[in-house]
Design a protein around this ligand. Structure first.
Ligand SMILES: NC(=O)c1ccc[n+]([C@@H]2O[C@H](COP(=O)([O-])OP(=O)(O)OC[C@H]3O[C@@H](n4cnc5c(N)ncnc54)[C@H](O)[C@@H]3O)[C@@H](O)[C@H]2O)c1
Length: 339
């Protein structure tokens, strides 16, 4: 029997919300893997997210930008990764509306640099056959569905991104596809719905509402609050990403949805109720902070994902019950606040 090669996984954006959760997950599930975390530490990256991991001998942090080709080449030469999981991105839709440029730079150009360096390194070292490049994408590349529709996006749905953020993510997906078709790069793509959980930067809906509510600040809800999102607990996403990384078919795309659609206003009300349970204060104190604000331009009405493929082919399903996961997340943020 040949020697089983141990895995060296380059995780980009591993100091952010999902990337750090994935590093925690990976080091628990595969303690023998060497993990390299390449992160620029933008406003969204926080090394506190890796507390407990950072002392491990087989974990290495490199501060740097995925658009810096020389640095990425250095990382490949030094650590010789055979798996790449690309989380690094500008990820906030509102910021992409006011400043799209950095989204194109990081999300598209950065992905191209990673693809190119990985290709050259793997070809030169005869590693292509045993390597994998997993691009972390989003359901937002499919665009929006009408509220009244029962449709869900499948992996075959056309790409119709509506914000500079989702357009940049769609651009990266297409580049990945082209590297698979043109150069035979071992590409995999996951497209997940909205994640929630501990460690998310509090500009995103769920942590923003929790943090504002705890401080008695207004809870800003866009437009009429009827926009629908499919919520997925971050650990369930990490489990799905791990499955795709190891068992997914090269060249394929996997949707990852929670099958858990909520109108924004109903979700904010539920957060207020759970906050009441967690803090022992009347939930009405929180609900009265809800304030409707002018809608986001180009605000997608509804996202809904069909995840049959990953459920059938890789036997994935979310393990967490939504209410429990949301309550746990609220407890986590409330605890942070008391520190
Ligand atoms: N949060 C969600 O609900 C969600 C849903 C679907 C897909 N995604 C995708 O998952 C990935 C991670 O999302 P997140 O919510 O954890 O984002 P995040 O904003 O919390 O983290 C992004 C991380 O990438 C780093 N980064 C940004 N630009 C970089 C660069 N040029 N070079 C190196 N590092 C850089 C940041 O420092 C940060 O640590 C993104 O690709 C995003 O598009 C997120």
């Amino acid at each position: 029997m040949g020697k089983v090669m141990s895995k060296v996984v380059l995780v980009t954006g591993g100091a952010g919300f999902i990337g750090s959760s994935f590093i925690h997950y990976l080091s628990k599930e595969h303690p023998d893997y060497v993990i390299i975390n390449l992160d620029k530490l933008t406003y969204a990256g926080n090394l506190e997210n890796l507390r407990g991991i950072d002392t491990r001998a087989n974990y290495h942090f490199v501060k740097g930008d995925i658009t810096n080709r020389e640095l990425v080449e250095y990382v490949f030469e030094k650590f010789k990764p055979n798996y790449v999981v690309n989380f690094a991105a500008e990820s906030h839709v509102d910021r992409s509306i006011t400043g799209p440029e950095v989204f194109v730079r990081t999300n598209i150009y950065g992905t191209q640099v990673l693809l190119d360096v990985a290709k050259d390194f793997w070809v030169r070292n005869n590693m292509l056959e045993h390597s994998r490049f997993l691009q972390i994408s989003t359901d937002e590349v499919y665009g929006s569905l009408p509220l009244e529709s029962k449709d869900k996006f499948t992996e075959e749905s056309p790409l119709n991104p509506n914000s500079p953020y989702s357009a940049s993510k769609a651009g990266a997906d297409l580049l990945c596809r082209s590297y698979y078709v043109t150069y035979g790069m071992p590409i995999l793509i996951t497209r997940s719905s909205n994640n929630f959980g501990p460690r998310q930067y509090p500009e995103k809906l769920i942590p923003l509402m929790i943090n504002n509510a705890v401080q008695g600040k207004p809870l800003p809800v866009y437009g009429d609050g009827q926009n629908m999102r499919d919520w997925l607990y971050v650990e369930d996403n990490c489990n799905a990403i791990d499955l795709v990384l190891h068992k997914g078919i090269i060249g394929e795309i996997y949707n990852i949805g929670g099958g858990n659609e909520w109108k924004n206003i109903d979700l904010v009300n539920l957060i207020c109720e759970l906050l009441g349970e967690v803090t022992g204060k009347p939930s009405e104190n929180y609900k009265r902070l809800i304030t409707f604000i002018k809608d986001r331009p180009g605000h997608d009405r509804r996202y809904a994902l069909n995840s049959d493929k990953i459920r059938r082919k890789l036997q994935w399903k979310p393990k967490w019950n939504f209410r429990d996961a949301l309550r746990y997340t609220i407890e986590w943020y409330v605890k942070q606040f008391k520190l």
